[in-house]
Every structure is written in C-alpha cells, then in structure tokens.
Write a protein that binds this ligand. Structure first.
Ligand code: NAG
Length: 350
C-alpha cells in the first residue's frame, strides 16, 4: 500500500516535470558507490581516529553553506558532482555518517578514506581505511540495504549500480619514501598493487556488483607537494613519478578486459585519470587557470590536512588555481574531470 502511494506521488511529480525537462529519463544507475582515497572521500575520515582530516577551514569555503565537511577541497568532489549529473542526488554521503536516510542508503554511499591506498600498509601510519576495510564496510552496508528494501530489491539495486574505484596514489608516494624500494623494484610494486586492485573488484563482484569504473593514477608527480619534495627550483613536475604512473596505468588498462571476461556479466571500464588531468595542466589558460604548481592554501608548497588550516593565508581567487592545497585539486578541476567522466567513461555502460 505504502508503495502504491509512493508510486502515485512519483508519477504525479514526474508528469509535472516532464513538460519542462522532456529529455529527462530514468537514472542510468540505481546507485553509485565510491571506493578510494581523498580524491573521493566526502567525510568518512571525520568518523575514525585519524589526523588525515579536512573538516576545518579553509576546506569547504565554497561548499554550500561554506561548510568544512571533510572534503579535501574548496567545494564539492567528483562523487557529489557525478551523483548530481546522473540524477541520483546532490551529494555523496560518507557511509560512516551517523544519520543516513533510507534514500541515502538506496541510492549509494561513499566508502573512500583520505590517505588510504590499495595496500593495508599504506593506511597503517595514517590510521585510515584501506581498500580491504572499505570492502568490509560494503558488506555492512548490504545488511542495512536488505533491511530497508528486502533481499530481492537489494540485489537489483547492487546489480544496476556503478562501483567507482580510484586509489593507488598514496601507495606509490609511500613506496618512494619507504625501504620497500630496496626490496622490490617499481615494476614489481606496480604488479603487487594491481593484484590487490583486481582482488577488490572480484570481491565486490561476488557481493553482487556488476558495473565498475576503475580510474588510473593521476600525474601525481605534478602535485605541489611532490614538486616541493623533489627540490627542483624551477618547480617542474617529477618526471620519474609521472612515468611510473603511466606505466602502472597501461598495465591496469590491459588487464581489465581479461578481468571482465573472467567475471561473467560484468562491465569494467577504465578511466584515464592521467589524461583528464594532464590536459588541464598542459593547457591551463584554455581552462582559465593561472597557477598550476602551488596550492591556494598557505604557501601552496606543502600545506595539506592539518597544516592547511584557519591560520593559513588563502589565495584571492581559488577558481584560477588548479590545486586547493598542496595535493588536492579545486572544485573547478573536479567539475572539468566530471565532464570528462561523463563523456568518456559513462557512455560505455549500456
Ligand atoms: C577568478 O578566476 C576565474 C577563472 O580564471 C575567472 O573566471 C574569474 O573572473 C575570477 N574572479 C575574480 C573575482 O577575479
């Protein structure tokens, strides 16, 4: 009965809106789930005992209500923007948030954790949620979803959802600093990270996921902090790191068709995050950016997380900066990236 009334209300609402937006169709995905690091984390780290947090000023300065939420940027992130463009909702709620509504649960939540990587070890120092823990949280999520909509509808929602994964940068930036580098060369390390990435997709598939988008690594050698650590007075991107990122990406792109073939009924799409981002860095003025090697927060050379705070000086116009802090892009970059995803990755899902 309640369902019938709800359906009627939905029909009435949609018949009044079809006049103005006749092109409006059903959302392409029933829900979207996000797994990964700070590029996607919309606030999970606020609920775990870690210092890797962005829930203080000047983060969120251009977020609705000028509110710091844990998002490492001045405004919304790709998960928020993609959810909105794909007609699900305006934001991507962190799963660890206490008061999630039933509707939040039904249209997808976010499991990403800033500072994390595919490897458990990457999260150990920062005490964040590695991919394995994020996948475990997805199991908890499934129990909640089944409680709300029942077993059958839950399976339908998961089957028609999109699972978006973007991680790995923190694994590699840790690799460069760690002793691991002596024991394992970069090629071997890339392979070991890729094994974890594949295992994560397989496990999410076994839990009912069918449609996956896997992002490659961005050109992280161009982040202000990596440039600063390299000590280059001309502040050029760290070529070695960018080359390593590209090598990892081509391995990832090559293995996905085989992975898709081995998981019957799956669709696994590669997202070239490197190209999406490099296009902006190579043509900043085309996109209206003036500063590409310093963040907007503080000196822009090394401040991130707790070091980017209310006492930090802040740039006058964040829209002309590619980076908001020494690691993370501004909302304007995320908007351009979202358009890239909508153009290049989403159409590959039928
Ligand atoms: C801020 O920068 C953007 C992008 O370059 C530009 O379009 C806008 O006019 C600037 N705003 C101000 C107040 O200067």
């Amino acid at each position: 009965m309640a369902h019938t009334i709800l359906l009627l209300v939905v029909l009435l609402l949609s018949s009044t809106t079809t006049i103005s937006t006749s092109k409006r169709t059903q959302p392409k995905f029933s829900a979207i789930f996000y797994f990964g690091d700070s590029v996607l984390d919309t606030g999970n780290n606020n609920y775990i005992p870690t210092l890797a947090v962005g829930n203080h000023a000047p983060y969120g300065r251009n977020f609705p209500g000028r509110k710091p939420t844990g998002r490492f940027s001045n405004g919304r992130l790709v998960p928020d923007l993609l959810n909105e463009k794909l007609q699900l909702k305006e934001f991507s709620p962190p799963f660890l948030e206490k008061d999630l509504s039933n509707n939040d649960i039904m249209t997808g939540v976010n499991f990403a954790s800033a500072g994390s990587g595919f490897e458990d070890q990457t999260s150990r120092l920062s005490n964040t949620l590695p991919m394995s823990k994020q996948v475990n949280l997805f199991k908890e999520y499934l129990l909640r979803l089944r409680n709300i909509v029942g077993e059958k509808e839950a399976s339908r929602i998961i089957e028609n959802s999109l699972i978006f994964i973007s991680s790995g940068t923190n694994d590699f930036t840790r690799y460069y600093r760690s002793l691991k580098r002596k024991k394992m060369d970069i090629g071997e390390y890339q392979d070991s990270v890729l094994r974890i990435a594949q295992a994560s997709v397989k496990e999410l598939f076994s839990l009912g996921g069918r449609q996956f988008c896997l992002a490659g690594l961005p050109p992280f050698g161009c982040t202000p902090i990596q440039i600063t650590l390299s000590g280059d007075p001309d502040r050029a991107c760290v070529d070695e790191q960018n080359r390593d990122a590209q090598a990892y990406n081509s391995k990832l792109e090559k293995l996905l068709p085989a992975l898709q073939g081995s998981l019957h009924g799956s669709k696994i799409v590669y997202l070239d995050a490197y190209q999406a981002f490099k296009e902006i860095l190579d043509n900043p003025t085309k996109y209206g950016f003036i500063e590409i090697t310093r963040g907007c927060c503080g000196t822009g050379l090394r401040e991130v997380g707790l070091l980017c705070n209310a006492l930090s000086p802040i740039c006058r116009n964040e829209s002309s900066f590619v980076f908001y802090d020494a690691v993370h892009p501004t909302e304007r970059v995320y908007r351009i990236t979202t358009d890239y995803i909508l153009k290049n990755a989403i159409p590959q899902f039928s």
